[in-house]
Design a protein around this ligand. Structure first.
Ligand SMILES: [Zn+2]
Length: 489
């Protein structure tokens, strides 16, 4: 039975329209137009929505790690990325299924129906087991996922000059750290695992799961590994996602290693292309932006994470103005540790507009699209019909509570329709998401999950965490700080 979904306003490519309804049949949008026309064409259809709602395409979280709980809640506070990362190994581990299930349920509550999950392995050698468990968790939540099983083959401890770093450590720490910074997963085994995962889970028809290659970060991967990942992805018509230029020290690493910017080096080895999404890019050189646009590289922007981990602010308005596709991701580090994607779009938009009359503008319509169709494009590729309210698109959409968003601020004739996207973006929160549809099925109704009780999942996570010790805090903090301060000179 088809369903006609209509609303007071519909956001179409970030613009508010007052008479755009959609008709959903199966897992896709089969028709779109004025409500009266759709009723005439589908008299038997069910109806959902109404004047109390805003209809919008669902969001894609373009870069995350599915942590479920913020690291702060587990006893490891925010710090510089290089210091904070050294704490990750000390965190208590929650089974990947539960983590993905909980993360998926949280994201659906803020209207996100698809996520790029950059997996943080509990054990590298168990990657082949952990990833299917994680995929199962997202599937049970009702989410789409672009899965990024990671691989690194260098510089795990510090970006370069490992021996200099080890020499500055006290002897007992030097031996311990020096013996423990290799991973027990070879590049060959990684690609064999990736082949298996692709065979078993990659779905380029309904786009429930994509398997993509993920050399985890420019400085952690050799050129050979990055090139092989790009070749693998192109051969399988899938994508590569990689962290790049998140911190100033990653930028310095590139100049120390090649006397070139990271972007120029990656271009030299043939890694830049429309198959690639780079997460962060806070420290991208202004001179490289045109090249990134030309190569069709996507960028996942993670403003909360970049602020919390003291990385800086990416030049998103400049990137968008140059024609780079920039999508928004939470990186498991949202501002309030609650995975509220709507606040994340607001932050990206607000902070994206920088000072100076000559600065590029980042408009509200662009910000909506960075959370929806652009994020979907850089996550699932241009062929995946996601993030849009178009005929033929997969039916992933949300209904927002108009009265709750509007409050006392919006009498009947205000705001003017052309300002509505901006008005919504300034005020909207997760609590305003009332209904969420994924592939033609309502998975969230009145703000509640239809098939899973999120409080049961929370209870299970806390029961498993209680007997765990929480690990030992990193003893490397001061040494890492001293080491990288040397790079600032
Ligand atoms: Zn990340």
């Amino acid at each position: 039975m088809p369903t006609i979904i209509h609303a007071r306003y519909t956001l179409y490519k970030g613009v508010a329209l007052d008479d755009l309804a959609v008709c959903v049949d199966g897992d896709a949008i089969v028709d779109a137009g004025a409500l009266s026309d759709l009723i005439a064409r589908y008299p038997e259809a069910e109806r959902a929505g109404g004047d109390d709602f805003i209809l919008a395409p669902a969001f894609t979280n373009a870069h995350d790690h599915g942590r479920a709980l913020g690291t702060m809640a587990l006893g490891h506070p925010d710090s510089f990325l290089e210091i904070w990362l050294s704490h990750l190994a000390c965190l208590p581990s929650i089974p990947p299924y539960l983590v993905a299930l909980y993360s998926g349920l949280q994201l659906l509550q803020s209207g996100v129906t698809a996520v790029a999950h950059s997996h943080n392995p509990i054990s590298w050698s168990a990657l082949a087991v952990e990833v299917p468990e994680s995929l199962r968790g997202y599937a049970d939540a009702g989410m789409r996922v672009a899965m990024h099983p990671p691989i690194i083959d260098q510089n795990q401890l510090v970006y370069a000059e490992r021996n200099r770093f080890l020499r500055q450590l006290p002897a007992e720490l030097r031996d311990e750290v020096g013996a423990a910074d290799a991973i027990d997963l070879s590049v060959g085994d990684y690609f064999a695992i990736l082949d298996d995962l692709y065979q078993n889970f990659h779905d380029d028809k309904h786009h429930r799961a994509h398997i993509q290659a993920s050399p985890a970060g420019g400085q952690w991967c050799s050129d050979g590994l990055i090139i092989r990942a790009c070749e693998w992805a192109r051969r399988h018509r899938t994508r590569v996602q990689m962290h790049l230029l998140e911190t100033r020290y990653q930028r310095i690493y590139a100049y120390k290693t090649w006397r070139l910017s990271f972007v120029r080096h990656l271009d030299d080895i043939g890694a830049l292309g429309d198959w690639l999404t780079l997460a962060h890019m806070v420290w991208v050189e202004a001179d490289d932006i045109e090249l990134i646009a030309e190569r069709g590289v996507g960028i996942a922007h993670n403003i909360s994470s970049n602020l919390r981990l003291r990385s800086g602010i990416a030049p998103v308005a400049k990137l968008m103005a140059a024609g780079v596709n920039v999508g928004i991701g939470l990186d498991g580090q949202s501002m309030d540790d609650d995975q509220d994607f709507l606040r994340e779009i607001r932050l990206a938009w607000t902070i994206g507009n920088q000072s100076g009359m000559g600065a590029a503008d980042l408009g509200a319509a662009a910000a909506w699209r960075m959370g929806a169709d652009i994020a979907a494009k850089i996550t699932f590729g241009p062929r995946a019909p996601l993030g849009q309210l178009e005929i033929g698109s997969l039916a992933d959409l949300i209904l927002l509570d108009w009265e709750a968003v509007a409050g006392i601020w919006a009498p009947a004739d205000f705001p003017p329709q052309e300002l509505l996207p901006e008005f919504l973006l300034r005020r909207i929160k997760r609590e305003h998401v009332r209904r969420v549809m994924v592939g033609g099925n309502w998975v969230l109704q009145d703000g509640e999950h239809k098939t899973v009780d999120i409080s049961d999942v929370e209870r299970e996570i806390w029961q498993r965490l209680r007997p765990l010790t929480g690990g030992q805090p990193s003893r490397l903090d001061a040494h890492l700080r001293k080491f990288y301060r040397g790079w600032d000179k």
